[in-house]
Design a protein around this ligand. Sequence first.
Ligand SMILES: [Zn+2]
Length: 151
Amino acid sequence: MVYLHCPLCGTTIHASLPPRSKRCPRCLAEGEYPVPELVEAPPREGEHPDIDVVRRAFQLLERGQLERMIALFAEDFEGRPMSTRVVVRGRREADEFLRTANAGDRSLEPDVYRFERNGQGQVGVFGRLRVMGPEGLVDTPAAWIYSVQDG
Ligand SMILES: [Zn+2]
């Protein structure tokens, strides 16, 4: 696994193969020239606390540590999953949502490879989502937006 990280804007790329471009896609898209080179290392903890907390949530989910993941959510958390029209409110509903999505032969497996922050408390996460259900396996590109409070 390779970590590439832009020290300027905090974009973090997490890939099994080194990407073709060593330049930051976020800075490139925003027209910042010269585009900074990505640093080949995980981002330093504490450099961008908003990215740290969102990365941590996905790491816990990957390891199946749902309770510890949910503990990172605010008590007044609101989630709008793409898969349904339901609004998930609070830690208890978030826990129920994840348990239902992973019950029996169902599973919800995110595979995330890019994290971007906008510096105003929101972190975008890009990757793929594999949903296993009674109808079989669906694998789609996916994105998540997290609002982060207090780092
Ligand atoms: Zn950048």
